[in-house]
Design a protein around this ligand. Structure first.
Ligand code: ADP
Ligand code: ZN
Length: 722
């Protein structure tokens, strides 16, 4: 027998099949150890076959299987090949997507424990052996127990009884379970007519994809859970994707109590061992629902009955490292393979998704009302220019302050949102205008008051806060722009009794991440939650009656054709956190541009109005979905080499353009807006292409360009053009 093997080295030079001889214990999908070059490396078996073209004297043998089962399913092998061809990345790289990182590094393995139990039959022991008698009665009561525990408690009695054959030991596989002992309130609910009709549509439509467009608090989650429960009853499995940040403690408990051990939850708060075990439980079919963020789309479940992507518009569903896949595309491939349904849910669908539903490619379900006909919170737009004219120099408008006072006074909670972490955006010298910048990146630094330092938000570098201007020696330093830290500080002055929590990238690192903060807020250990867009996602806090959006304009001016769409989504989502239970909610939206149509549509919860406006504009200006924005990035530490790579790339793309002149609506090469990040120079070729243009050829061109220290890669409709 022979095996076709891909070695686990992500380099295009070795991205090809190598044949090895093997025994009958080797199967497709297995990880194996193979001799390669002068050493031994891990490989993936793609196929097993009877014959090979390789001459017998040249063929080497597989040394061993790395696991006792094929880690990769037949579907995974097929998908990995497709993804590799689509994005022109080595197969080893796409195969890795289907495995937990812990498995490849070999740092974590299956965990076993040794348990002891009594042998069958009567056991007679000498009366003096009191410890042995105690151990026997302990085991009689408990059935079995961990051997290390018994040794500690009963000492030498354990080995004595083992020698006599009275106590037997056994090796037992254990799963590290992150949620053992946690109870939740996930009782099934009677569906409302709107929810029931959503479920029926998904089940009965002929289309694969259903878009569930339901306002915040319309009960979409219950629709997903009902669909998933139905699929489990048929003996199938499910994949349920949510943005990482929506995996709140409440959500986990709800899933846990509804589905128990059948649900495997993959998220960044797990330890490596826990993540590995959750993956294993899915691979072995013990767990049948894979729940997680983007990467859970690669979960090793077979016989999939449904795939759900909640908050489908969320930016986190696009991968920002190679392969730069979109989760939806992978989901569609898996849905086709399993002939199952794919459900997309959102209160603010991506413009592109909504268009596909409108055009009839997806079926569309609308849930326009909140559960129990609770009203959506009223949104007040506050003109911050007027506040400035009135002499209010703070970030809180008079109206927001008044409403905060009322909210706190009534014992409710508030969420304040602004899209900038740290204390202030930039630090300027009042005398000479000097701006503190990162040494490794072409960006201004942000002041962080808790550590009294300057930080680069692109590379994380940290600098001492200068006491005088490094340029002119001036002593007067100005802080421009407000971040979350400053908001918390100023709130403290206004409401000394209020308890505050801050949630942003600085406070959510580490294993517990955002869980700790959300749990505290849910337990009402704080009155005000101040945060970046992390606070906008899916949370359901019944006591929140006020949401303040401090700088609605920030995201409007982001360099992206979707900045209007993003702003609409962000405002709708964050506003949706208010008034979810019995007390009605309010929203204060502060802006310097109160007549902006995006803000107007958002304040009126008018998605269809927003969509009609946005799609007309995209069509008129030939932007996605009527065209594709393709950016080829060239980055490298050696400026000369990067420029040379850019020249070569551009030359080849120019040839492609002359072959298809009508396809290139825009074509230019330039510095990327941020010229340097982490000491890497950044150049780009920016293109706007008619739909259906030769994107595959662009990938091919970039894959051919090989420099030692320079990376050339393609981004399709990138969400960040910096
Ligand atoms: P969405 O995901 O659409 O924002 P959720 O699924 O969070 O909305 O539901 C909003 C609230 O309504 C939650 O508190 C949920 O427990 C509750 N809910 C959902 N469905 C029902 C139902 N059928 N009956 C009663 N309450 C429900
Ligand atoms: Zn930096």
């Amino acid at each position: 027998m022979f095996a076709e093997v891909i070695v686990d080295v992500a380099h295009s030079d070795v991205d090809k099949i190598f044949d090895y001889a093997c025994g009958s214990e080797i199967a497709a999908g297995m990880r194996v150890a193979v001799p390669f070059g002068k050493g031994v490396t891990t490989g993936f078996v793609m196929r097993v076959k009877e014959t090979t073209e390789v001459p017998p004297e040249k063929i080497k043998k597989i040394l061993r299987a790395e696991d006792r089962f094929p880690a990769l399913t037949a579907e995974a092998l097929m998908l990995a090949e497709k993804i590799s061809a689509r994005y022109r990345v080595p197969l080893a790289l796409t195969l890795r997507l289907f495995l937990p990182a812990e498995m490849r590094t070999g740092k974590v393995g299956e965990r076993y424990c040794t348990v002891c139990r009594l042998a069958e039959g009567e056991h007679t022991i000498p009366a003096r052996a009191r410890q042995q008698a105690a151990l026997i009665s302990f085991l009689r009561e408990n059935g079995e127990a961990d051997s290390a525990f018994l040794r500690k408690r009963f000492g030498a009695a354990l080995s004595a009884l083992e020698e006599k054959g009275i106590v037997l030991r056994e090796k037992r596989r254990v799963f590290r379970n992150p949620y053992r002992g946690e109870e939740g309130t996930g009782a099934e609910r009677t569906l409302t007519p709107a929810q029931q009709s959503a479920v029926d549509t998904v089940l009965h439509t002929k289309r694969t994809v259903t878009l569930l467009h339901g306002v915040t608090g319309s009960g979409k989650t219950e629709v997903y859970l009902t669909l998933i429960a139905g699929v489990l009853k048929e003996g199938k499995t499910a994949i349920f994707l949510v943005p990482e940040i929506s995996l709140t403690p409440q959500m986990l408990l709800q899933l846990r109590s509804r589905f128990g051990e059948k649900a495997a939850i993959l998220h960044s708060g797990l330890s490596a061992g826990e993540r590995f075990d959750e993956w294993m439980r899915l691979r072995e079919g013990e767990a049948r629902i894979a729940i997680g963020a983007r990467s859970a789309i690669f979960a090793p479940v077979e016989n999939v009955g449904i795939i759900v992507i909640d908050e489908e518009h969320d930016g986190s569903y696009s991968s920002e490292s190679a392969p730069r896949y979109r989760t939806f595309d992978i989901a569609l491939l898996r849905a086709a393979y399993h002939r199952c349904k794919l459900v997309l849910g959102s209160a603010t669908p991506a413009v592109e998704t909504y268009r596909r539903a409108k055009e009839g490619e997806f079926s569309l379900v609308t849930m326009p009302d909140r559960i129990n006909a609770r009203p959506l919170p009223a949104v007040e737009i506050v003109d911050m220019r007027r506040e400035v004219r009135r002499g209010n120099a703070t970030v809180f408008s008079a109206s927001l302050r008044e409403k905060l006072k009322k909210c706190l006074g009534e014992g409710n909670q508030a969420i304040l949102f602004l899209n900038r972490r740290g204390y202030s955006q930039t630090v300027l010298c009042n005398a000479c205008g000097y701006v503190a910048k990162c040494e490794h990146c072409d960006v201004a630094l942000t002041y962080h008051s808790d550590e009294d330092c300057l930080k680069c938000h692109y590379c994380g570098a940290s600098y001492k806060m200068p006491s005088a201007c490094p340029s002119c020696g001036g002593k007067h330093i100005r802080y421009v722009g407000t971040g979350t830290q400053r908001v918390v500080q100023e709130l403290g002055k206004l409401y000394p009794a209020a308890r505050m929590l801050r949630m942003d990238m600085d406070t959510t690192s580490g294993k517990e991440g955002h869980f700790r903060i959300l749990k505290k807020f849910a337990n009402r250990e704080a009155d005000i939650l101040v945060g970046t867009q992390m606070v906008a996602k899916g949370h359901d806090f019944p006591s929140v009656t006020l949401v303040g959006i401090l700088d609605a304009d920030m995201s409007l001016h982001f360099p992206d054709y979707r900045s209007g769409e993003r702003t609409f989504q962000l405002i709708t989502q964050v506003a949706g956190r208010s008034g979810r239970a019995n007390a009605p909610g309010e929203v204060v939206l502060q802006t310097y541009d109160p007549d902006n149509y995006i803000l107007r549509f958002a304040a009126a919860y008018d998605y269809t109005g927003f969509y009609a406006h946005e799609i007309a504009m995209r069509q008129a200006t030939a932007f996605p979905p009527f065209a594709a924005i393709v950016r080829v990035m060239v980055t490298g530490g050696d400026e000369k080499e990067a420029l040379e790579a850019l020249r070569q790339t551009y030359g080849k793309l120019q040839k492609l353009q002359s072959a298809h002149p009508d396809q290139f609506l825009f074509f230019n090469r330039m510095h990327a807006p941020i010229k340097r990040i982490q000491n890497k120079y950044r150049y780009q070729v920016l293109m706007r292409l008619a739909t259906g243009s030769p994107i595959g050829e662009i990938y091919a061109i970039c894959a051919e360009i090989k420099y030692k220290n320079t990376l050339v890669y393609v981004e399709e409709n990138p969400s960040n053009l910096s």
